[in-house]
Design a binder for this molecule. Structure first.
Ligand code: ZN
Length: 235
């Protein structure tokens, strides 16, 4: 369940925007349809990690990608924030401490909900920016660990955070730092929501002319193109 903080920001930016109920907190839910395809389908199209994280709520598109703890770990793996070894460490830990894992999942959704507010209304609302700031500092403040630069197998470099003590506590650090960067760099005014009203995904518009409209040309952009084409044919 989202915490009180999440409820507080819900009102302004959910107006006219039917929001799904948060799914129950579960380690591994019994829903059968989670397979490799779904794992592959986590979209990373937003140009910034914190916005990809926001999009995991699948606002208008269907099931929350963070449906249970297992899917949260999958998301972190897909985002390359956890390698296979740390991923299985998380799963082991979740089996030993299910209550802790569920608290982490609830917390992740709470942070995400505040970040959706920041993505959609942060540029206009000082209050929402202030709330995001609190949330960022809350997560940063309780996580002890070491920051490292790591060389990946494919030769690329990545920042990593190795938590000390509570392994769960550091999971959201990279996501939260990405949102912190957006505030530091003043990027909020370039955050857009997909022009397809049925979509709900957000992204950073990095085009020179600032006119990126679609989360993804292959899906929403293509649908719009096809619709324009149909209109032309019927004229
Ligand atoms: Zn879209």
């Amino acid at each position: 369940m989202s915490g009180a903080g999440a409820t507080a920001v819900a009102a302004p930016w959910t107006a006219g925007y039917a929001r799904q109920m948060s799914p129950p907190l579960e380690l591994t839910s019994l829903l059968p349809s989670f397979d490799e395809r779904e794992r592959q389908s986590f979209p990373f199209i937003a140009e910034r990690l914190w916005l990809d994280f926001v999009n995991s709520d699948n606002a208008l598109r269907g099931r929350d990608a963070l449906y249970d703890f297992e899917r949260f770990v999958h998301w972190l793996e897909s985002a390359r924030l956890l390698d296979a070894e740390r991923g299985s460490g998380m799963r082991r830990r979740a089996n030993q401490q299910p209550a802790g894992a569920l608290a982490v999942l609830g917390d992740a959704r709470r942070v995400r909900s505040v970040f959706r507010g920041l993505a959609e209304r942060g540029v206009a609302s000082r209050e929402i920016r202030a709330e995001a700031l609190c949330e960022i500092n809350r997560v940063l403040g309780r996580s002890a660990g070491t920051r490292r630069l790591e060389l990946r197998d494919d030769g690329t470099f990545a920042r990593a955070f190795v938590p000390v003590g509570d392994a769960f506590a550091g999971l959201l650090i990279p996501v939260v730092e990405s949102a912190a960067d957006a505030l530091i760099l003043g990027e909020l005014h370039r955050v857009r929501r997909c022009a397809d009203p049925r979509c709900g995904r957000v992204f950073l518009d990095e085009t020179k002319n600032g006119r990126r409209r679609w989360c993804d040309m292959a899906t929403c952009g293509n649908r719009a193109k096809a619709a324009r084409h149909r209109v032309k044919l019927h004229r």
